[in-house]
Design a protein around this ligand. Structure first.
Ligand SMILES: C[S@@+](CC[C@H](N)C(=O)[O-])C[C@H]1O[C@@H](n2cnc3c(N)ncnc32)[C@H](O)[C@@H]1O
Length: 314
């Protein structure tokens, strides 16, 4: 799963797997390569197939903890539990979770009282999400669509809350288009809650034996994606995947903020975190009791994720 998967996939012996450059003219030292000449639809198809194949393995993994949702009606995903101090009261809000994957965070928001819809382009992910909702008795709608088509699929100005992140924006080529989608979905006064991998983290090379953090990949949005060929995923699984290719884009923090301001939202929170809910730099991090991973050595050197909130004007 590209950057995210690469950084948390492990071989059987526990070592981090190294992404295999696809070849071409300019393979990058940290894995991946810059790739142009592909239509966006090709990127989407390649990424969707890769996500489809991984969804059942994710649903069966201890990391996503599906059985914990079934066993305990109060259980929340670790991601949403981390968000609680910043999320505020969502009860009664009409919310949409963009790029909801297998629905664990969506169901968690439902359990906090929001009336949730989840949207994802991966049909196989939504099979798992619907199964989770059914098994937990959660009244959540799941809709299959590309995130850029969300206003057409769900209606405009229908939502009080757009929730998204944790490995979502990196799959989208244009952050400005995404911000326009968020603005279109929200009613005036509605808010966006985004917790996402920090673009500085995405820009780093894979962990080096000497422990140095090296900047290797784009920090700013580039028109061309970075391609990854990576056999694993970011959960523990014995499944062997046949679709290993994915395409990703980074979006600088200023680009995200400016895109939202230009789309008609006002920034109300921007907090950088020294941790991530996945092991982004295997061998260099420690996991706390809440599922968050930090650099073992001077964690204050690196923002790994950020939470951003913004409100639609009007
Ligand atoms: C890492 S998950 C993020 C969700 C959540 N953080 C989680 O881990 O459950 C990324 C999701 O984005 C979805 N996705 C990627 N590109 C998309 C697109 N263009 N439109 C809609 N969904 C997309 C994938 O299918 C996948 O389910």
């Amino acid at each position: 799963m590209g950057r995210q998967g690469l950084r948390i996939s492990r071989a059987a012996d526990g070592a981090a797997l190294v992404a295999v450059p696809l070849g071409g003219e300019t393979p990058l030292a940290g894995g991946g390569r810059v790739c142009d000449g592909l239509a966006v639809n090709d990127h989407r198809t390649v990424n969707r197939v890769t996500w489809d194949e991984r969804a059942p393995a994710h649903a069966a993994s201890p990391e996503y903890g599906v059985e914990r949702f079934v066993a305990d009606p109060e259980h929340l995903s670790e991601v949403v539990r981390f968000d609680l101090p910043r999320l505020g009261d969502v009860s009664g809000l009409r919310g949409v979770h963009l790029q909801c994957h297998i629905g664990t965070d969506t169901v968690s928001l439902h359990r906090l009282g929001a009336r949730m819809t989840g949207l994802d382009f991966s049909g196989a992910s939504l099979v798992q999400a619907r199964r989770l909702a059914e098994r937990t008795g959660a009244a959540v709608d799941f809709v299959q669509a590309d995130v850029y088509d969300a206003p057409q699929a769900l209606g405009e100005a229908e939502f009080d809350l757009v929730y998204t992140g944790v490995g979502a924006l990196c799959w989208l080529p244009e952050i400005r288009r995404w911000a326009e989608v968020v603005a279109a979905l929200l009613r005036p006064g509605g808010r966006l809650f985004l917790r996402e991998g920090h673009p500085m983290l995405w820009a780093l090379a894979d962990p080096r034996p000497d422990g140095l953090l090296a900047v290797e990949h784009p920090y700013f949005e580039r028109p061309e994606p970075t391609a990854w060929d990576e056999p694993g995923t970011y959960v523990e699984t014995d499944v062997t995947f046949t679709h290993t290719l994915s395409y990703e884009w980074n979006h600088g923090l200023g680009e995200v903020v400016t895109a939202l301001l230009d789309a008609g939202l006002d920034l109300t929170m921007l907090t950088e975190h020294d941790s991530a809910p996945w092991d982004a730099l295997p061998g260099q991090t420690v996991r706390d009791g809440h599922g968050e991973h930090r650099l073992r050595d001077r964690p204050w050197r690196l923002p790994q994720t950020y939470t951003l909130q913004a409100r639609k004007r009007g």
